[in-house]
Design a protein around this ligand. Structure first.
Ligand SMILES: *Cc1c(COP(=O)(O)O)cnc(C)c1O
Length: 372
């Protein structure tokens, strides 16, 4: 079976360099917040094009740290989508704020900008004031960010980018993560830039915000043992930072390979029963996931499985329909109807740069077979 994701293949592709980096970090005798972490932050910020990057424990924390650093918590509402990793919504609650979940555009699976504009201009009754919106660039493709940025700026609301699936993706030629007030990246092993363990990084051009967050991630310390603000513990360790410095050098080539694989899948699906994913004309997709949709999902997944092709579902249950979130989250006027429909129909093909030519051809053969 060709697995839908294969983080081990990413390790093996750079094994000698990664092993050397791990050895270097281990031999240094310094394991948390040291030279490797600082170098990774510098190199990541330079690659992205922001003035600052701050490493932390994971992508969920990166979002929560941004909110805390902006002073957004209790008594604030944060708008985002329900069609996302639960992490996006968990981060809002970790910061103490109330999530407001909006619907998606059914073609691109990202936030409906008109609904965001509507709730910012006419907030749902009974909610604390909306102070931020988290734009989730899902599956590796940009949200319709232009009108979202405009609506946020008109209403004095911070736009935060959730780039956990969009390392290297662009909109109008500009990298995602440089367009909002701050951006959070997960470095979970299966992400386009993945550690071999947990990791996260956030980026911003706001120096003061970055300094506040750097203190908050370690007990509110600006000076060792002196907490000048309330903080948490969310640090990126030196071994993961050393690994990530190696992985970062392969990120752009990995994204190019993902796009090539996507084009092969597109061609194999031509004239078949399932349409390839919709691309925004003004954006460059990095295919964290290659997602198809069909009311016949279960049957199609079964046929692909028979052909030795693993698939996944991102995500089978929207956040507002998860049992833990029943009654905890407010919905926008659209009631997340498109979100609920998408969750019943989407499925993801294998997608990672280490897929071999033989594997890609086997997957394409299986896709061509779906028509018959
Ligand atoms: C992976 C992911 C996160 C959370 O990242 P972790 O590193 O697992 O905490 C947040 N948002 C989205 C959209 C994700 O895909």
């Amino acid at each position: 079976m060709i697995p839908q994701a294969d983080p081990g293949a990413g390790y093996r592709a750079q094994q000698a360099e990664i092993d050397a980096a791990v050895q270097r970090a281990l031999a240094s005798g310094w394991y948390i917040l040291g030279k490797e972490g600082e170098a990774f932050e510098r190199e990541f910020a330079a690659w992205l094009g922001t003035t600052r990057a701050v490493g932390c424990a994971n992508g969920t924390d990166a979002l929560a740290l941004i909110l805390r650093g902006m002073g957004i918590g209790e008594g604030c509402t944060v708008a985002t989508v329900s069609h996302t990793a639960v992490a996006t919504v968990a981060a809002i609650e970790m910061a103490g704020a109330t999530p407001l979940l909006l619907d998606i555009d059914p073609d691109t699976y990202t936030m409906d900008p008109d609904e965001l504009t509507a709730v910012l201009e006419d907030p749902p009754p009974g909610l604390p004031p909306i102070r931020a919106a988290i734009a989730v660039h899902l599956y590796g493709q940009s949200c319709d960010l232009g009108p979202m940025l405009e609506a946020c700026s008109r209403n004095g609301v911070a736009l935060i980018e959730d780039c956990a699936q969009a390392h290297g993706a662009t909109l109008h030629g500009r990298k995602l993560g440089t367009l909002g007030a701050a951006a959070a990246f997960s470095l979970y092993p299966t992400k386009n830039l993945g550690a071999l363990g947990d990791g996260g990084v956030l980026a911003t051009d706001d120096f003061e915000l970055a300094d506040r967050i750097a203190a908050i991630r370690q007990y509110g310390w600006k000076e060792r043992y002196i907490s000048s603000m309330v903080g948490v513990n969310s640090r990126l360790d030196e071994v993961q930072a050393a690994i990530l410095r190696v992985k970062l050098t392969a990120l752009d080539a990995g994204n190019t390979k993902r796009r090539e694989i996507a084009a092969r899948y597109d061609a194999a699906l031509a004239n078949g029963p399932v349409a390839p994913p919709v691309r925004r004309p003004d954006a460059e997709h990095v295919f964290h996931q290659y997602v198809l949709r069909s009311p016949e999902r279960a049957a199609l997944q079964a046929r692909l499985k028979e052909a030795g092709v693993g698939t996944g579902i991102h995500y089978p249950v929207p956040v507002h329909l998860q049992s833990a979130y029943q009654g905890r989250t407010a919905l926008g006027p659209a009631g997340c109807a498109e979100t609920a429909r998408a969750a019943l129909e989407v499925f993801s093909l294998p997608m990672y740069p280490e897929l071999t030519e033989e594997q890609i051809e086997r997957i394409c053969e299986a896709l061509r077979g779906l028509g018959g």
